[in-house]
Design a protein around this ligand. Structure first.
Ligand code: ZN
Ligand code: ZN
Ligand code: ZN
Length: 258
């Protein structure tokens, strides 16, 4: 099933935006530097299905990435809402009409939340973006400045969209300069990762070390075991486990000579 990651909550305007371009974080109606600065990612790394059909759960398609502001917006109405990246307030987001190759995202709704699914996402019927309304916050809306997005409060019938954030962590470990180091990618962003190290060497026998590290905004971390260097020279064997916030546990083994 085709699926795209790097969809993130913007802490400033509360919309869902595409964070996958290193140099282009779109256009946010609520950036601290003033209207029109970049979006700012926080929280889960959502993965959205596109150009497919979800047979077993209720879902709505016609959601598109606006290539001007990078927000996800509903492209199924003749009106395209209000885009913060386009000067004239009557101009809407740019999706399929401008670029027929753009993905057609399919969003599940009404299936509740679970370990890897967050509900409470709504279509703003004013500016047409998808925004997080699960805690009652409404963010900033280009279509109703200086007010927030308008979703469930104005229309209780609006779909309660549920976004998946499957975590596919990858763990690596290495010995460098006498230090045992671990690094991870694709962990849950902005969340703790529980680390467990077990290692054995000719000099000290077995040791177990528990540590907690924090995955960064992109879901990456680097960690170094402080006392591994004291093992000195000789052979070693190390087993490293990392447990994500979502309770996904993965492991990695290495061995070699110091
Ligand atoms: Zn924003
Ligand atoms: Zn836009
Ligand atoms: Zn809005």
């Amino acid at each position: 099933m085709p699926r795209q990651g790097n969809w993130r909550f913007c802490i400033q305007c509360r919309s869902l935006f595409f964070n996958g371009f290193p140099e282009n974080k779109g256009t946010c109606p609520a950036s601290p530097g003033g209207f029109g600065g970049p979006h700012k990612a926080q929280g889960f790394n959502f993965k959205l299905d596109h150009d497919t059909q979800l047979f077993l759960i209720p879902a709505q398609d016609n959601w598109r990435n606006c290539h001007m502001c990078q927000a996800l917006f509903f492209d199924g109405h003749p009106g395209k809402g209000f885009c913060p990246a386009i000067g004239h307030p009557s101009d809407g987001h740019r999706g399929n009409a401008i670029d027929p190759q753009t993905f057609n995202f399919v969003l599940p709704h009404g299936i509740g939340s679970s370990r890897n699914i967050q509900e409470g996402w709504r279509n703003c019927h004013k500016c047409q973006v998808l925004f997080y309304n699960g805690d009652g916050g409404s963010g900033a809306c280009t279509g109703s400045m200086p007010g927030g997005h308008i979703g469930n409060a104005a229309d209780p019938q609006t779909f309660n969209f549920c976004l998946a954030f499957p975590v596919v962590p990858r763990l690596n470990a290495r010995v460098q300069g006498g230090h045992l180091m671990a690094s991870g990618v694709e962990f849950t962003p902005d969340h703790p990762v529980e680390m467990e190290y077990w290692y054995r060497s000719n000099h000290t026998g077995d040791r177990t070390v528990f540590r907690t590290v924090q995955a960064d905004q992109e879901g990456r971390f680097e960690d170094t075991v402080p006392d591994f260097q004291t093992l000195g020279t000789g052979g070693y064997f190390a087993h490293v486990w990392a447990t994500d916030f979502t309770e996904v546990r993965i492991d990695h083994q290495i061995s070699g000579q110091l």
